[in-house]
Design a protein around this ligand. Sequence first.
Ligand code: GUN
Length: 297
Amino acid sequence: MNTARVIDGRAAAQQVLDEAARDTAVLCDSGVQPCLAVVLVGDDPASDVYVRNKIRRAQDVGIRSIEHRLDAGTSEDALLALVARLNADPKVHGILVQMPLPAQIDAAAVIEAIAPDKDVDGFHRENVGRLTLGEPTLVPCTPAGCLLLLHQTLGDLAGKHAVVVGRSNIVGKPMAALLLNAHCSVTVLHSRSANARELCRAADIVVVAVGRAGFVDASWIKPGAVVLDVGINRVVEGGQTRLTGDVDHASVAQVAAALTPVPGGVGPMTIACLMRNTVLAARRQTPSFALSPLPTR
Ligand code: GUN
């Protein structure tokens, strides 16, 4: 009976955070404290938890954080005015507007209003374009974290067949671009794919981001594959809420070589990569650091 190695996302995230803390200290020594502005509109409880975790992590690393909490009825114009102020503030290096936004606000308009150099989510079309072109840029945090986990697990990824299950702008599409830039052969599967299970069963690497609990089970996985589970689903069992991924962990562990748990896998890497992006943004906005080499991973 095979039992896959469980990839420790918390330990990997701590390494990324340690590096971000070292880089922050160097910037602080030269008089620049990296600063992340986080904007939360409304009072969605899950978003509130995410924002609090981001601010706590920033503090751990030595990054200054500024929190803007706006009420659920905030107009798009008011939010755009705040983004414009943060864009113009030289002390703010990173801007994150927590999604989802209330229905009266066009999220795409807000994302495009963020200065690309401060877009620590990597959602702006300029950064999406750079990623697609294989140029150094601010990369969306979850796929960036997944790529780090894959390099840590497999080393060089060149020539591997990677399957991404899910085609969201936040995870699936940027993940596919990163894997392609790392010289994988990439297949993206989605709700309209024919023969999704068979295609997935050919993969050396599987990244699952569909938002459906237990969607991928062992029948989708080639023996020896590495599986990353991006899902964070809240399921209620016996009156208790439990977090579970998009992968049926117990069954996939019987065939995969390695897989991430939920919680404690990809999730901690996402926040760590946000800190990394904030430090990177601060360096690129600081003339004496702007020319220092960018990470290639
Ligand atoms: N909501 C859920 N995930 C994210 C994220 O990565 N960035 C932002 N801005 N909002 C989110």
